[in-house]
Ligand binder design. Structure first.
Ligand SMILES: [Zn+2]
Length: 81
């Protein structure tokens, strides 16, 4: 169970980038999110913001680990025929 998009219901959402006019929402402790499925930009409270941030950080770490493993495999000495 997590945060989902109010339009398409997808749970595939991420933290959106801050824009110039977001100050009002930030003062109300709301943070922008972006749905990856329908591209809608919405708002969430800081509780979900922290949860999403942690999830994104974990996903970024996984991606970096995979990249490093791929790089290591690419630079490993190859057996010559
Ligand atoms: Zn959506």
């Amino acid at each position: 169970m997590g945060i989902c998009c109010p339009v398409c219901g997808s749970e595939n959402v991420r933290l959106s980038h801050l824009r110039q006019g977001d100050g009002y929402h930030l003062l109300r402790l709301r943070y922008p999110i972006r749905c990856r499925s329908c591209r809608l930009r919405g708002w969430t409270n800081f509780y979900w913001m922290v949860k999403l941030w942690r999830r994104q950080r974990a996903q970024d770490k996984q991606a970096a680990l995979k990249r490093r493993q791929k790089q290591a495999a690419g630079t490993a000495p190859q057996a010559k025929p």
